[in-house]
Design a protein around this ligand. Structure first.
Ligand SMILES: [Zn+2]
Length: 121
């Protein structure tokens, strides 16, 4: 492949994808060069295939985020969609634990007397 072919390659690719002519300084070369024409044909085919794929809408699997995050961060990865419910759940559990600990805290004589005065148990 000649140097001119290498210089023309991005312009050939651009013309194939955008379906326009190659820019004028390189057009005479690409019109007579079989390698550039082959590259243009291959790029055109690839562009058409990509455009056809873009029209297809495939729904991602439900566990895709989990699988990707697990692959990236290991088995302890938490998908972003689970982070808020997990944070709320953790806050509720910790508040419940705090209430239980407060309720069953050891009673001192002073706190028992205070509870009797205020009517609490
Ligand atoms: Zn060429």
């Amino acid at each position: 492949m000649s140097l001119v072919c290498e210089l023309a390659a991005p312009f050939v690719a651009n013309s194939a994808v955008d379906e326009i002519d190659v820019v004028r300084p390189l057009r005479t070369h690409t019109a007579g060069c079989l390698k550039c024409q082959a590259r243009h044909a291959a790029m055109s085919k690839t562009a058409r295939e990509l455009i056809a794929l873009a029209d297809e809408h495939t729904k991602a699997p439900a566990d895709l985020e989990w699988r990707v995050m697990s692959a990236l961060e290991g088995d302890l990865a938490v998908p972003r969609s689970w982070r808020t419910p997990m944070a709320v759940g953790a806050a509720v559990v910790s508040m419940a634990a705090a209430v239980i600990i407060w309720r069953f805290r050891p009673q001192t004589p002073a706190s028992r007397a205070e509870s009797r005065v205020s009517g609490k148990t």
